[in-house]
Design a protein around this ligand. Sequence first.
Ligand SMILES: Cc1ncc(COP(=O)(O)O)c(C=O)c1O
Length: 427
Amino acid sequence: MLQVIMSNRRDFIRNSVLFAGAISIGSSDAFAQPPMPDHTTEGEAYWSLLRTQFPLSNNKIFLNNGTMGPSPFTVLNEVYQDMLEVDTNGRYGGHEDIAIKALARLLNSKDTEITLTRNVTEGINISCFGLPLKAGDEVILSTHEHVGNATPWLNRAKVHGIVIKAIPLGKTAEETLNIVKSAITKKTKVIALPHIPCTIGQILPVKAICALARERGIFSFVDGAHPPGMLQLDVKDIGCDMYAGCCHKWLMGPKGTGFLYVSENFRNTLQAYYGGGGFDTGWDMLSNPPVLKGYIDNGHRYYYGTQNASLFKGIAKAVEFQENIGRVRIEERVKSLATYLQDQLLHLSQDIEMLTPTEAISRGAQVSFKIKNKDVAKLQTQCNEQKITTRFVAENNINCLRISTHIYNNYKEIDTFLTEVDKFIKA
Ligand SMILES: Cc1ncc(COP(=O)(O)O)c(C=O)c1O
């Protein structure tokens, strides 16, 4: 316990010193930022320099980016400076455009196709309740859904009588595609699967699934909680009608930020159900009867009212931070850490039940496993005692341990985790 307090104190002092340094040199930054590593720096040296861009405790091994991505100093400074400016000058709003442009670059979409949301769940609700569905229409989900992609559809089933079909996922992309194909009936109106489920981290063949949906006249929605900031993304190539993502996981942006992509030719199909400032082309309470003239012809159709402009600046900064590193470089790094972990686990013991597929096209930056005759929730407790953060997956009774690897992690941290797994198996 004392050790925890001391290590928290050390991080606090480190960050306070950085803060004091920033103040004394007259910078408006909350935290002094070490310079970004030079692009010519190679290998582990590059990644360990990059690690200094994060306030994330050096006494912690954080392997749960899939729940929440710690932001780098540059994002924190951007948000802090803008909040200070808002409250110094009483400024209202702004900065939506830079967040939208950054996200459109990230996704390869048009600016007008981006809706700013507070999280993935909000984008899912906008999509789910905006679709023209009636009682008896079928929606395909999986048995690997997060509460965020399960409950909006289940709620619509309760409210409007749509029918949910939950399919299992295959061990390979081809197998998953075949399972989706065989679940389609004449009543199927939506396929609403995750790009990467929260449970076992496999990459689903979303491009093929969306092509299948298009062919059969079915709406396609993708729960993209995990890929933005982990994988290179191209929503046009995926060919989905809607794609909901967040900025606070792999993108490491401000918490409580997200987006929804709605393809431009789908905008008039997806009805906006919440109204408010910014979503309309005019309204009149003095005419008889009072009228809403129409909906704005861009992604603002689905959000409204006062927003936190400083968070928008933070989103743009988070995208820029990753662009500076390079998308290809990030994807290669995070996958290589996860592949190393998966391979080492498979070598460690015959008792490891690997749930994440080993097929290269299905592997991202998350690895989930169980251990024969053992409760991995207890492994999580053991890891927590060693200040290693993991994610126990209780969803849908899967009961496995999920490990996420991001750019601030390194092989040594993974080895430390593997030592804990080894101890746990032998105990
Ligand atoms: C696959 C998946 N979908 C949706 C969500 C919900 O995300 P948010 O909390 O940003 O709404 C999560 C969060 O972990 C997730 O993993």
